[in-house]
Design a binder for this molecule. Structure first.
Ligand SMILES: NC(=O)c1ccc[n+]([C@@H]2O[C@H](COP(=O)([O-])OP(=O)(O)OC[C@H]3O[C@@H](n4cnc5c(N)ncnc54)[C@H](OP(=O)(O)O)[C@@H]3O)[C@@H](O)[C@H]2O)c1
Length: 325
């Protein structure tokens, strides 16, 4: 159920689900090729509902609209604070974008992150992906130096292989810290972290795995199986990223049917079953960050926190998703 889980070996405790916010990369009327634009009031309602119903953290990144997503979060959380809508302040995770940049930009851009987010410190700051102009040691040094200034609390990485993750962890140990998390793509249709050693290494070292695209960008909600014509409205990049094609719908039909059967048994939705598998199949190691562009999606996703799949159903989903032809 929704008991807070320790983030890596840190003193932070997170709900099994956090809110993903890549969706809020474009404000109001501007168009965004990946997700379309988001209304400020919708973001407000989604964040309010999610935080009032069991989530205690939000994940964002510098690269999501060049600070737009972070600014949305800053604006909404301040508004909720003034309206006294929240029992506690949410924890914030953000990410530095390393591509074609050197480690010095970590120190040069952190104040902008804090300004957008309207917080004095970021709870979890992640290196968004492993490619940078500077070696990992330099990046870790820069992350540690902003941690020493209390601008960030804990350090994580994203899209790191098992080997890269272990190296980041070892480097941090030299500074008396540990690697809190590795954010990777993980869901019932993308189980690579189980095969490429990332999950095993994370369990061994006490590093949390944060699963992104936990619903395979909508495929694991059943909505495209039920309305294949809706695929036509999805951006090309998203289709490519999540293999949103009619061929995939056909291939994944057995999983869709099983998710639907289990959902009926629990009186839950398909997306709730898919998310529940993700946060319960691997003990406490995996947290997930579903994105939502509509309030109803956020309501549904947060409802995942109120139940737990049986070991038998988890095993059944393991089996079917592994054997899709
Ligand atoms: N670290 C990284 O490199 C990385 C990469 C990707 C994502 N992320 C993070 O992970 C978060 C989640 O990943 P994601 O956005 O790629 O994929 P996702 O969470 O699997 O899918 C989100 C999309 O699925 C649809 N959806 C969500 N809940 C639904 C529901 N209950 N019923 C029907 N449809 C639903 C919505 O599509 P519509 O908007 O079309 O309705 C929503 O925008 C992102 O917001 C971002 O914070 C990180």
């Amino acid at each position: 159920m929704n008991q807070l889980r320790r983030l890596g070996q840190t003193d932070l405790y997170l709900s099994p689900l956090g809110l993903g916010t890549w969706q809020y990369s474009t404000k109001d009327t501007n168009k965004n090729s990946m997700w379309g634009s988001t209304e400020t009031e919708t973001v407000y309602e989604i964040i309010k509902y999610s935080l009032q119903h069991g989530m205690n953290w939000i994940d964002t990144a510098e690269i999501y609209g060049n600070g737009t997503s972070e600014a949305f979060i800053g604006e909404v959380t301040q508004r909720l604070k003034h309206e006294r809508m929240l029992a506690t302040q949410p924890l914030i995770a953000s990410k530095w974008f390393p591509l074609a940049r050197s480690a010095s930009s970590i120190k040069n851009t952190i104040d902008e992150r804090l300004t957008y987010l309207q917080v004095p410190t970021i709870d979890l700051y992640q290196i968004h992906q492993p490619t940078s102009r500077s070696p990992l040691r330099k990046q870790i040094e820069a992350m540690v130096s902003i941690a020493e200034k209390n601008k960030i609390k804990q350090i994580g990485v994203s899209n790191f292989s098992a080997k890269q993750m272990i190296k980041a962890h070892q480097l941090l140990k030299e500074y008396g810290m540990t690697l809190a998390s590795n954010q990777v793509k993980y869901n019932l249709l993308h189980r690579n972290p189980e095969k490429n050693g990332t999950l095993d290494a994370a369990k061994e070292l006490g590093i949390t795995i944060i699963a992104y695209s936990p619903l395979q960008q909508g495929l694991l909600t059943g909505r495209f199986h039920e309305h294949p014509e809706a695929l036509a409205k999805i951006s090309r990049f998203r289709k490519l990223q999540s293999s949103l094609t009619s061929r995939t719908l056909k291939k994944t039909e057995p999983l869709y049917k099983e998710l639907k059967r289990i959902a009926l048994n629990y009186d839950k939705s398909i997306s709730q079953i898919a998310l529940n598998w993700l946060i319960n199949a691997q003990g406490d190691t995996v947290l997930a960050i579903p994105g939502a562009s509509k309030l109803q999606q956020a309501q549904e996703n947060v409802g995942t926190l109120n139940f737990e799949l049986s070991r038998k159903d988890i095993a059944r989903l393991n089996d079917i998703s592994q054997n899709l032809k």
